[in-house]
Design a protein around this ligand. Structure first.
Ligand code: GDP
Length: 553
């Protein structure tokens, strides 16, 4: 419910950009930051200008592994209304699923980015299912419309068939591949034609300007969208049945309702690389994704009882916050990223870490912008930011007011590592330094474990996949100046799935074997024609029936 105290929240959107590696998440995020005015230095992603990729090796590898939150501002096109858009960075690589899950907890909506030339790929499916699990409303961005092989229809079809979701196309591309020249807004029936290379000059045309050759497609898409809207809204349904045209306002209202209920998924198109469609994407974030008052209030569990309490977003309520990311920062030491669900966190105040039963002092508070940090005195319900000064709070910990009754917010499931390597310093004298470095890295990342065998003196590290460990070994070298040799990976589990046709599409939480093992690497091609897929490092949950699984010999 909106009250005077919570009114500001209607202008908040806490979103993530979810995609698998290479779909264009970094480029899209960078362009969003460019258009929201906080990042004027537009550049190629992999030449070192990407703002969200904080760590050196992320840039080199072109993957994003941090889950920082960046605050941006956007004025809804055609209005004077300014919105705060907090972008929570979600990693796309399958080895960092735990990081994706953490960020899913703290966002209210997401933009799912797809590569239009590839459609919905297996990894995009994984990310989509994760968002399903956390009940995250989504809009889809069919990116790379300029690329050879790009097809908006392919993405729409894949969303329906592979993801089993109802797409509501709210746009249609004018031209595809090198011919991609503009976007038709099929809610308002307007054309947006790009007239310069930067994508910043746009000519808006009315219904009569829609080129004749797109008329058939536009009618087809509009029918698909209206049908989706009619499924969730009676007014649109009545008009639909009577053959009347709903107004753009009615359509937006219905689509917004259906999107927030996760029954339908608006689909947009564009080319992040060519800066096309990004402003319209930001408008759609405002139009269709929920503000913090429109998502269910987070629920906390009262300690030592079955009782629960809900914390509706209200700055005057009791403090309830979740720490979702710890980062070592070269300037200020340890940064704890938090989302405030309820109440207000003040700099210089004391809070209780209910997960660890420890009182902690909040030193300074920061809002992170693309190119700057803003020191603030408080963070209010619905806001995200970073705390300097918390010494003991870790990922997934609940922070409440000093002296309040202990409650734990839904915490983050931390999967067991799937892979283990022996590690030793290249120079024997570095043994102790290596131990300290590994320990620090393990504090930041709960899926990274360090063990040492007292008898043999051997140290082992374990994590979520080879790339995960490779990056950590790399950080050990860069940040702690310890070069290390690692042994061959010991894969914790490996299994072959037979009768693959029976299990296709159920790959989300792979199962079998013992315990929780995290996620899976899928070698997508059958071993032999018709024989099934090999899953490496599989297991979790219980989606694949056991009879389909033969542990590899
Ligand atoms: P991420 O791994 O999802 O973060 O993807 P990136 O943003 O790093 O993009 C992966 C690659 O796709 C890079 O080489 C980008 O330049 C390229 N790319 C991103 N967006 C587009 C686009 O709209 N069109 C084309 N043709 N390439 C793109």
């Amino acid at each position: 419910m909106t009250t005077k105290a919570t009114n500001y929240l209607t202008h908040f959107r806490n979103i993530g950009i979810a995609a698998h590696i290479d779909a264009g998440k970094t480029t899209t995020t960078e362009r969003i930051l460019f258009f929201t005015g906080r990042n004027r230095n537009i550049g190629e992603v992999h030449d070192g200008a990407a703002t969200m990729d904080w760590m050196e090796q992320e840039r080199e590898r072109g993957i994003t592994i941090t889950a920082a939150a960046t605050t941006a501002k956007w004025t809804r096109s055609g209005t004077e209304q300014e919105y705060v858009v907090n972008i929570i960075d979600t990693p796309g690589h399958v080895d960092f699923t735990i990081e994706v899950e953490r960020s899913m907890r703290v966002l209210d909506g997401a933009v799912a980015v797809f590569d239009s030339s590839q459609g919905v790929e297996p990894q995009s499916e994984t990310v989509w299912r994760q968002a399903d699990r956390y009940g995250v409303p989504r809009i889809a961005f069919s990116n790379k419309m300029d690329k050879t092989g790009a097809s908006f229809d392919l993405v729409l079809g894949d969303i329906r068939e592979r993801l089993g979701a109802i797409p509501a196309p709210i746009q249609y591309p004018m031209g595809e591949e090198s011919d991609f020249k503009g976007i038709i807004d099929i809610v308002r029936m307007q054309t947006h034609t790009f007239t310069n290379d930067l994508g910043t000059e746009i000519t808006v045309g009315e219904i009569g300007d829609i080129p004749e050759k797109y008329a058939g497609k536009v009618a087809e898409m509009r029918a698909m969208m209206i049908e989706a809207a009619a499924e969730v809204d009676e007014d649109v349904m009545m008009k639909f049945l009577e053959g009347e045209e709903p107004t753009p306002e009615e359509l937006i209202k219905a689509l917004r309702k259906g999107t927030i209920a996760q029954r339908i998924f608006p689909v947009l198109c564009g080319s992040a690389l060519k800066n096309k469609g990004v402003q319209l994407l930001l408008d759609a974030v405002i139009d269709y994704l929920p503000n913090p008052l429109e998502v269910p209030a987070i629920v906390g569990k009262v300690e030592d009882s079955e009782e629960t309490v809900a914390f509706p977003a209200d700055p005057d309520g009791k403090l309830a916050a979740l720490a979702f990311k710890i980062m070592a920062d070269p300037y200020v030491g340890r940064l704890t990223f938090v989302r405030i669900y309820s109440g207000t966190m003040q700099s210089g105040s004391y809070v209780m870490n209910a997960s660890k039963d420890k009182r902690e002092r909040v030193g300074r508070l920061l809002k992170m912008h693309a190119n700057s940090r803003e020191e603030v005195t408080e963070l209010k319900a619905g806001e995200l930011g970073a705390v300097i000064g918390l010494k003991d709070s870790g990922t997934g910990n609940t922070l409440i007011g000093d002296g309040d009754d202990a409650v734990l917010l839904e915490s983050i499931d931390i999967p067991e590592p799937v892979i283990k390597l022996a590690i030793e310093p290249k120079t024997k004298a570095d043994q102790e330094k290596m131990g300290i470095g590994l320990q620090k890295l393990a504090e930041e990342d709960p899926t990274f474990r360090v063990e040492s065998d007292q008898e043999s003196g051997q140290t082992t590290i374990s994590g979520m996949g080879e790339l995960h460990l490779e990056i950590l070994v790399d950080r050990l070298k860069r940040e702690y100046k310890v070069e290390a040799n690692v042994g061959a990976p010991q894969v914790a589990y490996r299994e072959t799935i037979t009768r693959a046709t029976d299990v296709e599409g159920k790959f989300v939480r792979q199962s079998g074997g013992r315990g929780q093992f995290g996620h899976v690497k899928i070698r997508a091609e059958p071993l032999e024609p018709g024989s099934g897929f090999v899953f490496e490092n599989a297991v979790v949950g219980g989606t694949i029936p056991r009879e389909y699984i033969n542990p590899a010999q």
